[in-house]
Design a protein around this ligand. Structure first.
Ligand code: IVH
Length: 688
């Protein structure tokens, strides 16, 4: 490709990628599947590698996290970032409204008061600056005048556009906006799980996690965490020179519209109101929805809509008079630990659970909180009888944050993990910081949850096998082990409460249908620790049959993308457990008829010429980008892997190959140059 052609292609790829980022992250309505998106992205990356002069600061590829930072520079905000007066108290809210109305009248403004009310996001306040539409800088709030430049970290947040959208609304010459960086609850839970698994301290709440992540000196770490942003205010703006009449923005509502037009992510819940009653109504509604929101909020913010009126009322010594935060009751309280017990989770992980004196946390009574694992209990040094601070975030399981010191009190004995499973008495094993009951399918505490998981939507999708039914089946002694699920007869189910002839026949039919499940669903349904939907699919694609997968060595497992040493160890441990082997044997003995993994695609000669063959690429090719080459290989039923082993099918060597070339020679793996690779593809009609 000539440099000119490359420049054109790079520009069009960036336009496409930006459009899809916008649709995906800002509008929540993607129009492209992940694989197709990845191909665009890979192609852009390859072109930028080949033609480095084409890299620009707003290229989507720069999101992945570049150089390590030395520290954070202090920067002056474009305009002061004020903080808000706040309370949880309705009377205080009424006083705010009252004062504001009086102060408007005093300034001679008698137009009816209109407010914009929106959720108060519990995150990290940031300033984002765009110059000529290109993302220039981001800073923390700091002391309100100066903050820390966290530009490189913010660049990794996919919801932050690196370039503003050009629509009918001209992009300003300079635009400084204010917003909130948050970590969605799902991401927060996952992050904490992985921190705990790595023996590190989990974050106390999503806010701390977002703040901690933004202060990472390694943007790669930031990039790996699913941060999000919502913007809600314009701090400063200089209109574009060419726009003779800059579209006038006179209200907060128009601010939000403009931000949205420029492609920035704006929360979808703001509402207009005119009275304290409207505000209270919104507070109630959002309060009720609070647990279902995918992010943490700690109240609502009320802002005067008219911007000129805001200027008129100005500020007190500390806060603007035109805005107010009306907060929700806190979700952190102190209470006493009555006991620490050991709970058995779905995958057999034994979790120390604090039994608490019941306490009201943000409107919900909490009487249990997780202590994660034995190391965590030791680190926090909490014992029965101790006073502790507990916290709840959304639907996340309540957590014990810390112990409150009480110097004069005699403390109880430290907690010790049991040696045997509280449910099935099997001797527990230690895996990293976790203590695990290895008796997966025969441990009653695991069985109900495992059955439910086995029948869940992404697993065998057995309609009618919910948590309640699973429990009932076990309680009635109808299912003592997983394989018995497939032996159930409608007549037996009639014994269960809530089952009639029709529902019983339906469940048995659904189970019979599930017996012909696809391999990836079954693998996911096994509930092997750490093996999620995506990895299960990769594993199934690679091994094709359950038998092959069961036999895989640690090394073979680690060749698969997404499988690290830890997961490989979990998989091996799962299959090495005698009781699990028995369950699998019984399942395969006439009960389950798993479908082998389907071929990737039909090829011209009707089969998959590269079936079970792996390809490794090294060096640059002329005719193919890597994704194109990989797509062709996969179309033929083969797979691309990144490292060369004796088992590698072919190593395709392009210009300036790396060490893989030598390794292929050393191991005697078949080597193809680009021409030979092309020939091979052509022979099987795989070139598009
Ligand atoms: S408006 C001067 N709107 O809450 C008014 N702030 O306690 C500017 N916050 O530091 C703030 N969600 O970081 C506004 N929808 C929202 C908000 C919000 C969260 C934060 C903001 C501020 C803090 C004040």
């Amino acid at each position: 490709m000539s440099p000119e052609e490359a420049a054109t292609r790079v520009a069009s790829l960036r336009t496409e990628i930006r459009r899809h980022d916008y649709l995906y992250y800002v509008r929540d309505s993607p129009t492209l599947d992940d694989a197709a998106y990845d191909r665009l992205f890979e192609e852009l990356k390859q072109l930028e590698e080949t033609f480095p002069h084409l890299v620009t600061p707003d290229s989507p590829t720069l999101r992945v996290g570049g150089e390590l930072l030395e520290g954070f520079e202090s920067v002056q905000h474009t305009a002061p970032m004020l903080s808000l007066d706040s309370s949880q108290d309705e009377a205080a809210l009424r006083r705010f409204d009252d004062r504001l109305r009086k102060s408007l009248l005093k300034e001679g403004d008698s137009t009816p008061v209109e407010y914009v009310i929106d959720p108060k996001l519990d995150g990290l306040s940031v300033e984002l600056v765009y110059q000529d539409g290109v993302f220039l800088r981001a800073a923390t709030r700091g002391d309100g005048r100066k903050g820390e430049a966290i530009t490189e970290n913010v660049r990794t947040i996919a919801a932050v556009p690196l370039r503003l959208r050009n629509t009918d609304r001209p992009v300003p010459k300079l635009l400084a906006v204010r917003g909130e960086i948050i970590l969605q609850l799902a991401g927060f839970e996952k992050l904490n799980e992985s921190l705990v698994a790595a023996g590190k301290d989990p974050f106390a709440n999503p806010r701390n996690a977002a703040a901690g992540t933004m202060r990472q000196l390694d943007p790669q770490i930031t990039a790996s965490r699913p941060l999000d942003v919502y913007v809600y205010d314009i701090l400063a703006m200089e209109p574009a020179e060419e726009s003779a009449a800059p579209s006038e923005i006179t209200s907060q509502w128009q601010v939000l519209e403009a931000l949205r037009d420029w492609g920035l992510r704006v929360n979808d819940r703001p509402r207009r109101g005119t009275s304290v009653e409207d505000i209270l109504q919104y507070h109630r509604e959002i309060g009720a929805a609070r647990d279902d929101l995918p992010y943490e909020i700690d109240g609502i913010v009320i802002k005067l809509d008219a911007l000129t009126a805001r200027e008129r009322v100005g500020m007190t010594s500390r806060f603007p008079r035109w805005a107010y935060a009306f907060k929700f009751p806190p979700r952190q309280e102190a209470t006493r630990i009555e006991d620490i017990i050991a709970g058995v989770g779905r995958t057999g992980v034994i979790t120390p659970v604090a039994v608490l004196e019941p306490v009201l946390l943000g409107g919900v009574t909490v009487s249990r909180a997780t202590l994660h694992n034995r190391e965590e209990v030791a680190r926090k040094d909490v014992r029965p009888g101790d006073l502790v601070r507990v916290q709840r975030a959304g639907d996340v399981i309540p957590q014990v944050i810390e112990r409150v010191e009480e110097p004069d009190r005699d403390r109880g004995e430290p907690f010790r993990m049991p040696e045997t499973c509280p449910s099935c008495s099997t001797v527990l094993v230690e895996r990293g910081p976790f203590t695990v009951c290895p008796n997966s399918f025969e441990c009653p505490a695991q069985l109900a949850a495992r059955l439910t998981h086995f029948g869940s939507r992404n697993a065998l999708d057995i309609e009618g096998l919910g948590e309640e039914t699973a429990k009932a089946l076990i309680d009635q002694g109808l299912v003592r082990q997983l394989p018995q699920l497939f032996d159930l007869r409608p007549l037996q189910l009639l014994e269960l409460e809530g089952f009639a002839e029709k529902s019983a026949t339906n469940l048995v039919a659904a189970i019979a249908k599930a017996a012909h499940a696809e391999l990836p669903r079954f693998l996911f349904g096994l509930g092997i620790p750490e093996v999620g939907v995506t990895v299960a699919r990769e594993l199934a694609r690679h091994f094709r049959t359950l038998e092959a997968f069961r036999q895989a060595t640690d090394e073979e497992l680690q060749e698969i993308s997404g499988v690290g040493p830890r997961m490989a160890e979990e998989i091996r441990a799962f299959f090495d457990q005698a009781s699990n082997q028995k369950v699998l044997d019984e399942l395969l003995d006439g009960r389950l008829h798993l479908q082998a993994m389907p071929q990737t695609a039909e090829t011209a000669d009707g089969n998959a010429p590269f079936e079970a063959k792996t390809f490794v690429f090294t060096g640059g090719m002329e005719r193919f980008s890597r994704p194109q080459a990989a797509a062709a290989v996969e179309k033929g039923g083969g797979k691309v892997v990144s490292s060369v082993s004796r088992k590698t099918g072919y190593v395709v060597v392009g210009a300036d190959p790396g060490s893989k070339y030598k390794k292929a020679q050393d191991l005697g793996v078949e080597i193809l140059d680009e021409a030979a690779f092309l020939e091979l593809l052509t022979a099987h009609d795989l070139v598009s």
